[in-house]
Design a protein around this ligand. Structure first.
Ligand SMILES: [Zn+2]
Length: 328
């Protein structure tokens, strides 16, 4: 039996348990019917993590703790839709500290291939880009095997709103399926400090609740809940990119904003840092602490990282910054 049909079977079983246990009628089953294609996609995402035991075969027993977790998922699904919850569910990640160790052994920095940046006029070198990623905590830079520059222009998807689609272009993107960061021509004219921020932004996408294999499922669910809380708070970090996202579907808009907000606060944390509200700093730090692979991590080690960044930026002082491009 292949992985995909196992996943479908488990999702079907869970959906049945959901309906039976909580009886909010057929909502979930109907959702799965409608979104079969998209569910197929999240299944592919989880297939790449062969390191972990196949938990798709485990039978779910509805203990009080599981019930509590499901109720928590329900609450978040009310806010951002059910699809993100299925995507979180589909990401195979660690369940205990032994698995964190095994995963890190296979996911270090040694094998990363950074290519194409020599084609970026006046840009950072492949080595500098690798150096930026390397200087980040292991909890963030683990398992990023490929970073590539491509001299290509790409507009943002319409789901981010007409305004962003028309007035900006994609500077960089993270492909969750291929686990790859691609920097695009949209970054050509950015200042060096923006290039650095955009690269960290993409690295952060690889460690959010949908992709972070170093966090347990519960930790990933909690992370999404707390980031959604920050996006809705009055004292949130003001990212003009996040604030510009517009989608007719209120829940999809909130989810897109949460995904981008998480990437933005990480980029801010590892560059300027002082501008970030304390609530956001704590979220960035919590992901690193919960991942348990950076034993020496403190705010002081972050200051050292900021210094590395400043040195790289200083070498590229001449670059202009029209601020037209956004990373997705
Ligand atoms: Zn992004």
């Amino acid at each position: 039996m292949n992985f995909e049909s196992l996943r479908s079977e488990r999702i079907r079983e869970e959906a049945e348990a959901y309906v039976k246990e909580r009886n909010p009628a057929r909502q979930l089953m109907q959702f799965i019917e409608r979104n079969r294609g998209k569910i197929g996609l999240v299944m592919v995402l989880s297939a790449c993590a062969a390191i972990f035991p196949d938990r798709t075969k485990e039978k779910i027993e509805i203990t009080p703790q599981v019930r509590e977790e499901l109720e928590e998922e329900d609450k978040i699904a009310d806010e951002v839709g059910l699809l993100p919850i299925l995507a979180i569910e589909a990401c195979q990640s660690v369940a205990n500290d032994n698995e964190r160790g095994a995963y890190m052994e296979k996911s270090g920095n040694a094998g990363r291939v950074v290519s194409g940046f020599e084609k970026m006029e006046g840009g950072l070198s492949n080595k500098e880009v690798d150096g930026i990623i390397r200087a980040l905590p292991a909890a963030l830079n683990a398992d990023i095997p490929m970073v590539e520059y491509r001299n290509e222009h790409k507009t943002l998807d319409s789901k981010y709103g007409k305004n962003l689609q028309e007035k900006s272009e994609i500077a960089a993107q993270y492909d969750r399926i291929r686990n790859k960061i691609t920097v695009l021509a949209g970054m050509e004219n950015e200042s060096a400090s923006t290039v650095v921020k955009d690269i960290i932004h993409e690295v952060a996408h690889s460690k959010d609740w949908e992709s972070n294999r170093l966090l347990t499922k519960k930790e990933r669910i909690d992370l999404l809940r707390d980031v959604v809380g920050r996006v809705k708070s009055a004292d949130r970090y003001q990212s003009s990119y996040v604030e510009s996202i517009e989608n007719g579907d209120r829940r999809e808009e909130l989810y897109l904003k949460a995904s981008e907000y998480f990437a933005e606060i990480n980029a801010e944390y590892f560059t300027h840092n002082t501008l970030l509200p304390e609530g956001d700093r704590r979220i960035v730090e919590r992901v690193i602490i919960e991942s348990k692979v950076d034993k020496e991590f403190t705010r002081r080690t972050v200051a050292a990282f900021n210094k590395t960044i400043k040195q790289i930026v200083a070498r590229h002082q001449g670059r202009q910054s029209p601020m037209l491009a956004w990373s997705r």
